[in-house]
Design a protein around this ligand. Structure first.
Ligand SMILES: [Zn+2]
Length: 314
């Protein structure tokens, strides 16, 4: 590689004013960001070996649309590019997506994300849900080893709904006089490999909980729960070992501390701490937020690349 242009640039930096340097730094930043998005798209292009509409493998290159390679299916005749059918499709200001992915990493509120990315609040809302499409699907389908299970509860909220007909509206989410805000149960399953699956429940009954756990617990795993009788029946049905940690056990662990539900309690308490920033989460979107937290917890490095890859993974 010829390195002389690089050294020339480096040398000429000395002649630039501070203002010029800042402007240059912005240019470099933009260029790097574009590369990052291109990289995520390239990975997808390499996988693109069939028609996105009819799955036919006979596709040919068909010019460009904007800076994207287009393809045409020889069977159904439809054209598409690597962004077709992804959350990125038809999004104009694509470079904003990188900034938005950053907002997902930091768990920015809708308003903060809208401000950072210079977009309307409604756009911010749409993008957030687009980026959460895949994480929501990707809850653990298999859990193994020691699997902890428990329910946790979130206050019912109609946030995001325009019209509330079933009850009197609440002021800033606070309960009306004499009103008891219903709690929405959420089942959380977590193994010690940090695989997690969560389910927003309606009634918190065995009929609802069992299907969530059915076939998710791999053979030979050990189920750890509190004293709830629901899990007793499920463990029997699923033929897995069951360790019940009863509330009268002061250490809340059994057999040398191996079996407990502290990992799950810890996960849930971090989740609740994180979710507090949103000042109440609409029940209709609760599973989105659970998925969001799951993604952050599983990708501790929190790289935005992960969000881009995830968004392009279907
Ligand atoms: Zn086709």
């Amino acid at each position: 590689m010829d390195t002389s242009p690089f050294f020339n640039i480096l040398f000429s930096l000395r002649q630039l004013s501070n203002r010029q340097l800042r402007s240059l730094s912005l240019h470099v930043q933009k260029r790097l960001e574009k590369d990052e998005l291109n990289q995520a798209m390239e990975t997808r292009t390499q996988r693109l070996d069939h028609c996105l509409f009819c799955n036919c493998p006979k596709i040919i290159r068909w010019g460009f649309s904007g800076d994207l390679q287009r393809y045409r299916c020889q069977k159904c005749g439809k054209t598409f590019n690597e962004l077709t059918k992804t959350p990125f499709a038809r999004l104009r200001a694509r470079e904003k997506l990188l900034n938005y992915a950053d907002c997902m990493v930091t768990g920015a509120t809708l308003r903060a994300a809208a401000k950072t990315c210079e977009m309307a609040l409604s756009t911010s809302f749409r993008w957030r849900h687009r980026l959460l499409t895949m994480p929501e699907v990707h809850k653990a389908s298999q859990l193994g080893g020691i699997v902890e299970a428990d329910e946790t509860f979130f206050r019912e909220s109609f946030k995001g709904k325009r019209r509330i007909t079933s009850r009197k509206p609440r002021h800033h989410g606070r309960a009306n006089k004499g009103e008891k805000i219903p709690l929405i149960p959420v089942l959380v399953l977590l193994d010690r490999y940090e695989q997690e699956a969560d389910f927003v429940l309606e009634n918190n009954t065995i009929d609802e909980i069992h299907p969530c756990m059915h076939k998710r617990l791999t053979k030979g795993s050990v189920l750890c729960t509190d004293g709830s009788l629901v899990y007793l029946a499920i463990a029997k049905e699923e033929a897995v070992l069951h360790k019940r940690i009863l509330s009268d056990n002061p250490a809340r662990t059994i057999e040398d501390g191996t079996f407990h539900i502290q990992t799950l309690n810890n996960y849930v308490s971090r989740l609740k701490g994180w979710i507090r920033r949103f000042h109440g989460v609409g029940t209709a979107y609760l599973s989105n937020y659970l998925a969001w937290w799951r993604f952050i917890a599983q990708h501790k490095a929190g790289k935005r690349q992960k969000w881009l890859d995830e968004a392009l993974s279907f």
